[in-house]
Write a new protein. Sequence first.
Length: 536
Amino acid sequence: MKILYYITSVLFFIWIIRNVLFWIFLWQLKEYRLDRVLIHLRETGQGKKLLFSPLSIIKFLAIIAYIFVVFKNEFIFASQIFILLIFVVQIFFVLKDIYHHQIKRPVFTIRVLLTVFLTLGFIFLLYSIPLFEKFVWLVFLDKLTPFIVAFFVFLFYFPTELFRDWKIDKAAQKMESFKKLTVIGVTGSYGKSSTKEYVSQILSSKFKVLKTRGTNNTPIGIANTVLNGLNKTIEVFVVEMGAYKRGEIKEMCEIVHPKIGIITAVNDQHLSLFGNIKNTIKAKYELIDSLPKNGLGLFNGNNENVSKLYEESKKKKVLYKCLSGKEISKKEYFDISAYNILTKKNSIEFDVYLKGKTLHFKTPLIGLHNTENILPAIYVASYLGMADENIIDAVSNFLPLPKTMAMHKAASGATVIDDTFNANPQAVLATINYAKIYKGKKILIMQPMIELGAEGNDEHYRVAKEISKICDYLFLTNKNFYKHILKGINDNKGKCEIKIANSSEIAEFINKETSKEDVVVFEGKEAGIVLNRLSF
């Protein structure tokens, strides 16, 4: 009896360590936001599996059955063996995840380490003082673990928020002494990171530029950039602004007071959090609404929602657009427009109509959609007084963002496109359109998209129909929206083969079944796990 309990306890703690790390990883991934965690549990296959997997249901049944067994004082040993087997199966899954490099663990910060140690310590304390029969108590603690993690996450929430508010206030005070600083805000459902980067790269050839780095597009991320990077030599500050609900962009604007604002796009991204597209539109417009009377707003004419904002805005405004077909004859209608766009495997060439003249550009970036992200950068550079030849030269020396249409070569010779920074409908469509250039097999590794709310099914169906026209193979990294993706592939009667596979299987296929004529596109963060397993 004791030996059986000790063995079960060892397996229990191995599983609990894995479980604690996973739940903290999830909270960290969702930026410690309860709304994003709940959406993950409610809308994704992985989230639902956490609550309603066969093993999870068996655990609930085991608790109920064991209580009945103890009450009847029959089959107790058999029930203990059954609970032992539950933990044996769970350890098997842990070993499987380790083998496939799929163990989820957080980035270890001070906050994470404290949460880990406090959670494990509290669980050990509860383990030491069981309130009822020991074996069933282990199963009960297992089911209680997510709530214990949540408790300590929220325990750190209030001091973290106080520290956050203090830093934001300090950053806002510091900004008050930089009256002559030109602050450029960039927001949008997609394209904002690329646009921020291209604005910064062009302006850096003339001005001393500070920019928010990576995904530091939150109030605290911006505050840290101000406190650690802003000094008297800085002339231009380019600020990326992300949001999950109304009021968040307004808060960022109150810190940095932008004089120029760029809205790149508005779509269904994070619709689960905004509630509806109207809220998303209003949230993005907070950037333009915060501009001073002499400020300037730039709007993407290729996005329907942003075009409507342009028409409704009373601010000083600019409309930029990439033109094709008959639209080219109306290029003078736009403040800046791109046309004659030629996409190649390693570059883009295009003409720009600006202030009554035509300029020709060539950049080492890839993908037609990048032209859309470059246009506002060109306009802002011209607006701030840069010479045409200097702008053209800066664009010709652009560097791609990491994990955003970044090109590599696999050991097999296949071209690999790393677009794992994010996944949204427009990004997927843009990358597969680029893939059309290649003569060989076209392979897409995609993480199904998240936080699309009620539009999730339709968006995956729509995107899948386009994928089927171009791709030979589609590998999905999880089961989310599989039925709708499969329906989109089948309804279009395309040649695309679709499969859900783990990172090892996908990497093996690419290493063995691709050649120099082929292109492999990686879309979304989970696809990055596969990318890391490839041979280069």
